[in-house]
Design a protein around this ligand. Structure first.
Ligand SMILES: [Zn+2]
Length: 258
């Protein structure tokens, strides 16, 4: 199912933490447990402001916070801890005289969650080494967009390992004939997907993962969400087709009651 992009913001107003999916159960959503949001200002910030009241600017604010979330499925009830700092953003205000104005507001910047909510539900049929990389990618989402897509690329490598795609091949032509050649990810994907619908999708993931690995600002959240959707689709195609076909066969074989 395509990711619901509006849920995945790293900034949240203090009274409106997004309803992220439960890491433990499929239908559950995480809700903040009452009175568990604790925001604290370090003493060194208080001291500095006290000594320099005329120099203080709203965006100098430094605060640390934590909150506990609980899954809203009664039979699950998983707890998730969320931590972060704050960011000062500009907001539109309506003054008493009716004139529009603007001001500053502290919002929560989410830095980490544990256990981490999944960017998509991983099928039980996906092998463990792939799953492990995906779970790291889900953690990286809150920290670094580039690192997240880079981990999605590593998940593609583990997928190829699982599918038995070789990492080396024997050269038969040219001056290096008879020698082994280490295949890069591009070659491994080509070898795995010759004639397959997944070729384009996996090469897309490889490319965006490479850009992520190089760091910088080349990869944005839209790329990340696109990569998540493409990878989920590929994993379903590779690991769940058998299950889906079995369901289709069952439906086809069902007869009307006499
Ligand atoms: Zn749950």
């Amino acid at each position: 199912m395509p990711i619901h992009r509006a849920t995945w913001h790293r900034l949240a107003p203090k009274n409106s933490i997004p309803g992220l999916p439960c890491p433990q159960c499929t239908p559950g959503k995480l809700k903040v447990v009452k009175d568990t949001l604790h925001v604290r200002e370090p003493k060194y910030v208080q001291d500095w402001r006290g000594k320099n009241p005329d120099d203080w600017e709203p965006d100098f604010a430094v605060e640390r916070w934590s909150a506990t979330l609980r899954c809203d499925e009664p039979a699950c009830g998983e707890f998730v801890n969320m931590i972060g700092d704050i960011e000062v953003v500009e907001v539109d205000l309506d003054l008493e005289d009716g004139l529009p104005s603007w001001g500053y507001q502290d919002v929560l910047r989410i830095q980490a969650l544990f256990p981490v909510p999944p960017l998509f539900r991983i099928s039980d049929n996906v092998p463990k080494p792939v799953k492990k990389q995906l779970e790291v990618a889900f953690r990286m989402f809150w920290t670094d967009t580039s690192a997240c897509v880079s981990r999605l690329r590593t998940a593609v490598e583990r997928l190829l390992d699982d599918q038995g795609v070789p990492k080396e091949r024997l050269l038969t032509k040219g001056k290096n004939a008879g020698k082994m050649h280490r295949m890069d990810l591009h070659e491994r994907i080509d070898s795995f997907t010759s004639g397959s619908a997944h070729k384009n999708q996996l090469q897309g993931l490889r490319n965006i993962g490479n850009l992520g690995t190089h760091g910088g600002d080349d990869v944005d959240d839209d790329d990340l969400f696109d990569a998540v959707n493409v990878l989920e689709f590929v994993l379903t195609g590779i690991y769940d087709t058998k299950t889906i076909n079995a369901m289709a066969d069952k439906l086809k074989g069902k007869k009307a009651q006499p």
